[in-house]
Ligand binder design. Sequence first.
Ligand code: SF4
Ligand code: SF4
Ligand code: SF4
Length: 252
Amino acid sequence: MSNKPRVAVFDFACCEGCQLQIVNLEEEILDLIGAVDVVEWREAMSEQSSNYDVAIIEGSITRPEDEERLWLIRSRAKVLIALGACATIGGINKLKNNFDLRDVKKWVYGKDAEKPHLNTELTRSVAQVVKVDYLIHGCPIDRKEFTYIMRCILTGKKPEIPEWPVCVECKLKDNRCLWETGQTCLGPIIRAGCGARCPSSGFRCFGCRGYVNNPNINAAKDVIERYGLDVEVLKRKMNLFGSGNTQVTANG
Ligand code: SF4
Ligand code: SF4
Ligand code: SF4
């Protein structure tokens, strides 16, 4: 058996878009795959394994059976990585937490809503259920950041994840602030690392990387003051990714 770390990729409730980002790494993926043994990855291979060192989890936890499966994966993995907003903060799936779950099931499944296999529960992020070692933020993840974090993990280094708001990256790019055009941009309170992807294309930041740590302290105060904003008011405007706790930390 090789000495390479054994890696398994698992998905829960998600669109699989973050896994697709990994598949699309092209040359980079060959380097990464050369450094590890991929032992399970439903999107890319048919083999399965219960023997792995690193578990990469995409998706949020939305059913009782998801929780059991996640605990089992956690018990087997030395290192657990939450991949993408669904896993790190619950993602878009958390929108359903704003409604009565019986209504949600009826809207989605109609007359089949009460069938037992369609059971559902409040959406949680992976870190709300088990201990997470590393978080890879974004919806979808940034491919470069994924590669960087994986390399750090494989070489025993601590990845540096930005602890400053999107506004910092946005201003470095000399973008015109979208608050001037009447858009409700959440950049002052959202963790950077995406290169201010949305504001640089003329769209508001809607918060897919979750809150910067301690937004009351670390928000972009100059933007907040210039446009007469308030951190708590901004948080209330985070309706796509903001249903519940969106500030998470990991030990990595
Ligand atoms: S974070 Fe976004 S892209 Fe990734 S799986 Fe969830 S919905 Fe899809
Ligand atoms: S609020 Fe949005 S548009 Fe304005 S500087 Fe911050 S990230 Fe850029
Ligand atoms: S700008 Fe905001 S919504 Fe867009 S990718 Fe970055 S964190 Fe996500």
